[in-house]
Design a binder for this molecule. Structure first.
Ligand SMILES: [Ca+2]
Ligand SMILES: [Ca+2]
Ligand SMILES: [Ca+2]
Length: 137
């Protein structure tokens, strides 16, 4: 069994909410980074301890263009294999099997509102960590 196949089997065995949290972390992390505080710091560009919507979107777009290997401004399933098929399909609004920048930005798997628990327009480290914790329960 290849590593990728082994990971697929493992992903299928864990509950969806855990998979969502994992993919959120994967999405924003630098390659191989798993420490949520470091991931938070990557998104919080100006280092003021709060993630604004602009910082969140900027990081999402950075990730998008990193993943878009063939530079067609669409993410194919092959280019974006770190999330589950169900999450991918949910984000693929026009059902063409690829995610546009718009679809990626709107995607429920990386939704600003879901992380901004108190709705003040900023994601704090506490909100970021508790979102992750919630997802893992
Ligand atoms: Ca900030
Ligand atoms: Ca592409
Ligand atoms: Ca699409």
């Amino acid at each position: 069994m290849t590593l990728a196949a082994a990971m697929l089997v493992a992903a299928a065995a864990i509950p969806t909410r855990v998979a969502e949290a994992q993919s959120l972390m994967d999405l924003f992390a630098e390659e191989g980074e798993t420490d949520p505080e470091k991931i938070f710091a990557i998104i919080d560009k100006d280092g003021d301890g709060k993630i604004t919507r602009a910082e969140f979107t900027e990081r999402k777009m950075e990730v998008f263009f990193q993943k878009d290997v063939n530079r067609d401004t669409r993410l194919s399933r092959e280019e974006f294999s770190s999330i589950g098929q169900a999450e991918f399909d949910e984000a693929d609004l026009d059902g063409d099997g690829k995610l546009s920048t718009f679809e990626f930005d709107q995607a429920p798997f990386a939704n600003f509102e879901a992380l901004d628990a108190n709705g003040d327009g900023f994601i704090t480290l506490e909100e970021f960590l508790s979102f992750r914790q919630q997802m893992q329960q």
